[in-house]
Ligand binder design. Structure first.
Ligand SMILES: Cc1cc2nc3c(=O)[nH]c(=O)nc-3n(C[C@H](O)[C@H](O)[C@H](O)COP(=O)(O)O)c2cc1C
Length: 168
């Protein structure tokens, strides 16, 4: 595996945290022998409970949520730009319908027992430490709040960052 570990505090030397998620990342979560890579556009890096935290937002309709609710660890990773098609695939197909990890053609690897892909340029390995649902009644943007009443909420998952890898 051609990665090396960097200090957690060095993530921002490699990537701007604002553009990191908006350009598209992947969560990879495993439970009960299933591995679900899911494209994300939302995420946050920060400090919570005196820990360095990576937060992701998974909608109630995603199969990933089923696995996130069961798992105690997950990866948030960022593919090299040439894997844009795989990123789109993991954002438009559900594990309910296809084995995305296998069909993507990418290579699964592991660190700290957490699966992710060899094709990543940055990997954030997380231990799940919290989760809660958005409360639509507390959202002050009317169009967002009304969307949630129709579609159900995203769940907010906080992961304590345990290791950060960058490709060699
Ligand atoms: C660019 C892009 C960003 C996305 N961001 C998110 C996100 O942050 N949270 C989310 O719940 N779904 C997001 N999605 C939708 C899921 O990736 C998509 O519904 C996926 O097929 C769910 O797979 P699953 O059912 O295997 O979990 C995004 C999709 C795309 C294409």
């Amino acid at each position: 595996m051609s990665f090396h570990e960097i200090p957690i505090s060095d993530i921002c030397k490699y990537k701007d945290p604002f553009s990191l998620f908006s350009k598209g990342g992947l969560t990879v979560v495993e439970s009960n022998g299933q591995i679900d890579p899911m494209t994300i556009g939302w995420g946050a890096l920060g400090t919570l409970w005196s820990k360095r935290i990576c937060t992701v937002y998974i909608h109630a309709s995603r199969y990933s949520k089923v696995l996130f609710d069961q798992a105690d660890r997950f990866a948030v990773c960022f593919l090299k730009p040439e894997y844009r098609n795989q990123l789109d695939y993991c954002g438009n197909v559900s594990l309910r319908d296809e084995d995305k990890a296998a069909k993507s053609g990418m290579t699964l690897v592991r660190d700290c027992g957490i699966p992710f892909f060899e094709e990543c340029e940055l990997v954030i390995l997380c231990k799940k430490v919290g989760q809660s649902d958005f409360d639509p009644k507390r959202i002050t943007l009317p169009q967002i709040a009304s969307w949630y009443t129709k579609e159900g909420p995203h769940t907010i998952y906080q992961g304590e960052i345990i290791k950060v890898l960058v490709s060699d």
